[in-house]
Design a binder for this molecule. Structure first.
Ligand SMILES: [Zn+2]
Length: 349
């Protein structure tokens, strides 16, 4: 009997690839379940979170037309005159299909009058027809003031900036911090191991402020400026814990969230995600944060509109985590709000 067993093991190991590196493991699902290719969003959609500086407007428009995307917001990463140039370029290509978000300008925080200039810049953006301004995670992680002190997200010197944005109905978008896994060691327990191993510079493990501290600083701003509208990109950086995002939305009527680059997180918790969308349908914005192409948009639609199971999530070249997603089949009224109506509320201010 033992001899038979040994023979069997020998036969299997001859055929098996053992000690395969994780990076080369590409399992193909054997599941036979329904698949739907949703070519166009069921209702016209607005991509509230994209970065188009490097894109050619005509090819973006082609993708938008093919997918039912009515409008795309370019969050420019240019500052100074180049930001205005970028805004003009897209407006000239199709005024009703593109809008521009400004990027907070940190080129001169060490020069006199910086904090006053932040306020003046908001006025200029509003005059030029920009639709909001984004503050990125360099605030809190790397930016230092004149004295070499790391700037806190809720630095008091930014108060006049937030107040001016509120006064002018100019939404402020925050992208502070990143997924929880980016603040943990890049080791075998890290659920984003492959992504971080490919981009170790994306890790903030050992950052001066912990992720919880960064978010607490950010969250205090919503309370401090109740008349300013805020958009928290990437589900407020807490898509792993939608109960946290729900509490944040409950506590702050002036807050919206976008789903940019978080379909992977939402689609691996379809029951929780669906409940979240139903409860906060008025506060969630469709946004992708990915280079516009047909497949990218269609995977978003498949996630939001169908009950397809276990399929690829839209992502950059490198995958976020080793899992598949499930569709959440949202009802029409929720889809209309998330795809378009919530964005229109912010754009028509
Ligand atoms: Zn972004």
């Amino acid at each position: 009997m033992e001899e038979v067993q040994d023979k069997f093991v020998a036969m299997v190991s001859a055929k098996a690839e053992v000690d395969l590196p994780v990076s080369q493991f590409e399992p193909r699902s054997m599941l036979a379940v329904p698949e739907h290719n949703i070519e166009m969003s069921k209702f016209p959609s607005i991509d509230y979170h994209n970065h188009l500086d490097a894109q050619e407007s005509r090819s973006v428009l082609r993708v938008m037309d093919a997918c039912g995307v009515e409008k795309c917001i370019n969050i420019t990463m240019r500052v100074g005159d180049e930001a205005f140039e970028m805004h003009r370029k897209f407006k000239a290509a199709a005024a009703d299909r593109f809008d521009t978000y400004a990027w907070f300008d940190w080129t001169d925080p060490h020069e006199d009058g910086f904090w006053e200039r932040c306020v003046e810049r908001v006025e200029r953006f509003v005059d030029a027809g920009f639709v909001g301004i984004k503050i990125w995670k360099d605030l809190g992680l790397t930016l230092k003031d004149k004295n070499g002190e790391l700037l806190k997200v809720d630095d008091e010197r930014l108060v006049p900036f937030f107040e001016k944005a509120g006064e002018l109905n100019f939404p402020v978008m925050f992208h502070i911090a990143d997924p929880d896994a980016f603040f943990l060691p890049i080791d075998r327990f890290n659920e984003r191991y492959e992504e971080l191993a490919a981009h170790p510079d994306w890790s903030f493990y050992g950052s001066h402020f912990s992720k919880a501290e960064l978010l607490a600083q950010r969250d205090s701003i919503f309370q401090r400026h109740p008349n300013t509208t805020f958009v928290c990109a990437h589900l407020a950086e807490k898509s792993e814990d939608l109960a946290y995002v729900g509490r944040l939305l409950d506590a702050n009527a002036n807050l919206y969230v976008d789903i940019g680059a978080r379909t992977a997180e939402l689609g691996r918790q379809p029951y929780t995600a669906r409940d979240f969308f139903l409860k906060y349908a008025d506060r969630i914005l469709f946004g992708t944060d990915l280079v516009p192409d047909e497949e990218m948009y269609r995977l978003h639609f498949r996630f939001l509109e169908t009950r397809d199971e276990y399929f690829d999530y839209p992502s950059h070249a490198s995958r976020q985590g080793r899992w598949q997603i499930y569709g959440i089949e949202l009802p029409d009224d929720v889809l209309q709000k998330v795809y378009r109506e919530n964005a229109l509320k912010l754009l028509s201010r």
